[in-house]
Design a protein around this ligand. Structure first.
Ligand code: ADP
Ligand code: MG
Length: 323
């Protein structure tokens, strides 16, 4: 197995001074045919991470530090033309809101076949055949009708499937899904997640799945990264993160998940306080103010992401003996 994606110490800022530090010192490696779930509360930097993986930054955002490597390409220094070739073909993205990637004024057929004309030499007939095949693959029936439709003529679940079809058309090696089911009802959510999981396996693609739901992420992905205040605070195999979480934030996230068995009427524990909004790299652990286990030694410098055992890392003084 070799590394498909290497993220090295990236930081991302929004706006001019005083700018918001949305991501800092964030690193991970994703192997070929593997999957990583990224989880954390709203505002912790998950979407910013997704944008930086494709070097597709919203206005006002800039990567102020670090590098992203995709195969042999350094996406931070690559030319715009080369980046354009990789995006949508080798790396593609599924967004939370299908309307952000579907053009409301264009019929589905045109939007999907257009991808082939940009990235391949297929003629229109061949491209259209592939579009129909992919729409069926993602579970859409009557693909003739879907192709003739404008996005607003389709339901939310159908649009989401169309977007997934679009993301898969050119058989990408890496699929990035940013909260792909948040806007959908529970039944459709489950179907779409299952679809993404099957696709990842069948197409031998790698997946970065972003969600605020630790349960979803750990079930879907081999590895889980827990984000807090713009950086990864714990990383490890998903079953390890679920069964033996090391960081107090991961433990609190797990405790605040609703359970089927439990005392009826009991209040669900929640994490007191709100996540930080950063301008500078914090001088102490960014979870310190909310941490139920905080001790005086936690006021040391901002902790490093340290190895607890093979593939399991945590950014916490309490996890590191003698610290
Ligand atoms: N376009 C933007 N301009 C300025 N600040 C932003 C912008 N997008 C996000 N942020 C800020 O960056 C931080 C991370 O946001 P985001 O990546 O959207 O988090 P998440 O996806 O985990 O909810 C937040 O503090 C948010 O307010
Ligand atoms: Mg987001």
């Amino acid at each position: 197995m070799s590394a498909l994606l290497k993220v090295k110490n990236i930081s991302l800022r929004y706006g001019k001074k005083p700018s918001t530090l949305a991501i800092h010192d964030l690193s991970f490696t994703l192997q070929e045919n593997s999957s990583l779930g990224v989880v954390g509360e709203s505002g912790c930097g998950k979407s910013s991470l997704a944008y930086s993986l494709m070097n597709l930054l919203p206005a006002g955002a800039r990567i102020s530090d670090g590098e992203v490597f995709f195969k042999e390409h350094n996406l931070s220094t690559i030319s715009k033309d080369d980046l354009q070739k990789i995006r949508g073909k080798d790396i593609s993205m599924i967004f939370q809101d299908p309307m952000s990637s579907l053009n409301p004024y264009m019929r589905i057929e045109k939007q999907l076949t257009e991808l082939f004309s940009i990235h391949t030499n297929l003629n229109y007939k061949e491209a259209l055949e592939q579009v129909h095949a992919m729409l069926s693959y993602v579970g859409l029936k009557d693909t003739e009708r879907i192709c003739r439709s404008y996005p607003h003529e389709l339901s939310g679940g159908m649009c989401q499937r169309v977007m997934i079809a679009m993301a898969l058309l050119l058989k990408p090696d890496l699929l990035i899904a940013d909260e792909p089911t948040t806007a959908l009802d529970v039944t459709t959510q489950a179907q779409i997640l299952q679809l993404i999981k099957n696709i990842q396996k069948e197409k031998n693609a790698s997946l970065v799945l972003i969600s605020h739901d630790l349960g979803i992420v750990s079930e879907m992905c081999e590895y889980t990264a827990v984000m807090y205040g713009g950086s990864i605070v714990e990383y490890g195999p998903s079953d390890k993160i679920l069964r033996q979480p090391a960081h107090p934030y991961t433990q609190a996230l797990l405790d605040s998940r609703p359970r089927l068995v439990g005392s009826r009427g009991a209040q669900l524990p929640s994490i007191p306080g709100t996540p930080p909004k950063l301008q500078e790299v914090p001088t102490i652990c960014s979870y310190y103010n909310r941490c139920a286990k905080a001790s005086p030694k936690c006021q040391g410098p901002f902790p490093r992401l340290e190895k607890l055992e093979e593939n399991h890392l945590s950014r916490c003084y309490l996890n590191n003996e003698g610290a």
